[in-house]
Write a protein that binds this ligand. Sequence first.
Ligand SMILES: NC(=O)c1ccc[n+]([C@@H]2O[C@H](COP(=O)([O-])OP(=O)(O)OC[C@H]3O[C@@H](n4cnc5c(N)ncnc54)[C@H](OP(=O)(O)O)[C@@H]3O)[C@@H](O)[C@H]2O)c1
Length: 282
Amino acid sequence: MCYNMFMTRYARRLDGKTFVITGVTSGIGRGLAQKLILDNGCRVIGVGRSVEKMASLISALGENARLLDGRLFDVSQRENWLSLASSLSSSGVRIDGIVNGAGILPHFANTGKTTPENVEKALKTNFLATVYAVDALRQALCESPVIVNISSAAALATIAGTGAYSASKSALKSYTEALRAEMRGKGQVSLIMPGFARTEIFREQNTTIESSRLFMMMSMPADKMVAKIYRAVARGRRRAVIGKDAKAMDFLYRLLPSFAPEIISSVIRRAKTPLFSDVFND
Ligand SMILES: NC(=O)c1ccc[n+]([C@@H]2O[C@H](COP(=O)([O-])OP(=O)(O)OC[C@H]3O[C@@H](n4cnc5c(N)ncnc54)[C@H](OP(=O)(O)O)[C@@H]3O)[C@@H](O)[C@H]2O)c1
């Protein structure tokens, strides 16, 4: 009861704000957009690529869909961000925050089997898209803005077969920390590092997350992850490590920085999960 009242007080400071959110067509981004619209009456300029998935979000929002301004574009192309900035400027729209949620999880494979093109795609979508967004939208930001960058537990300790993803999320972590230091006292910069959540992000893998007991034990349902990220943002958290897998990775890396990636990879290898079959049967 007390906790709910405490949270309500924090969450109210987001009421009526205008956010640009990427990745609104699926998973975490969609969940955050829905919460900000339905719980806080926020206006969301929501970015995704899929027409069908955007239509599904609009239909789920019902009459509140008027608070969603859906934009379909590829976040990894800088010119698309410059076009969005120019369209906001010509219509006089100011924004209170940006949630950089769009991301991809490339197929789990050893570095020797990952093409440079796939590494570039991960870096552009998971890291450079945020750089483009912050750069292009800087002029449109109101005073004391909220910037939320969704990195990953993969930036805390990497796992064999996830080099491109971990590199992109580590770059995002460092960029976010530098941005926070630069914006000290001038806004909120939240670095979110989730562990595994059961969304559609595993679409590039050999199999679903449900096929692995270890991953089902370690991961959390998408709606629970969304609620935890929303709470972290509402409370103005600077850094949120979410999920027991993420917390364990954080702890292990702090304790044994030279061995943590091997220890975690070895646990996954022993579990013989089909998700990592191309990594450990190589
Ligand atoms: N789920 C996890 O276990 C987990 C763990 C740690 C961190 N994260 C991070 O959390 C964020 C959200 O992931 P999720 O699990 O919600 O994944 P998801 O369900 O696959 O959703 C990804 C979203 O990103 C959008 N997107 C991807 N590439 C894009 C591009 N080039 N241009 C525009 N939009 C693009 C997708 O749009 P379309 O579908 O319309 O293409 C979709 O809306 C990602 O940054 C991810 O790395 C997830």
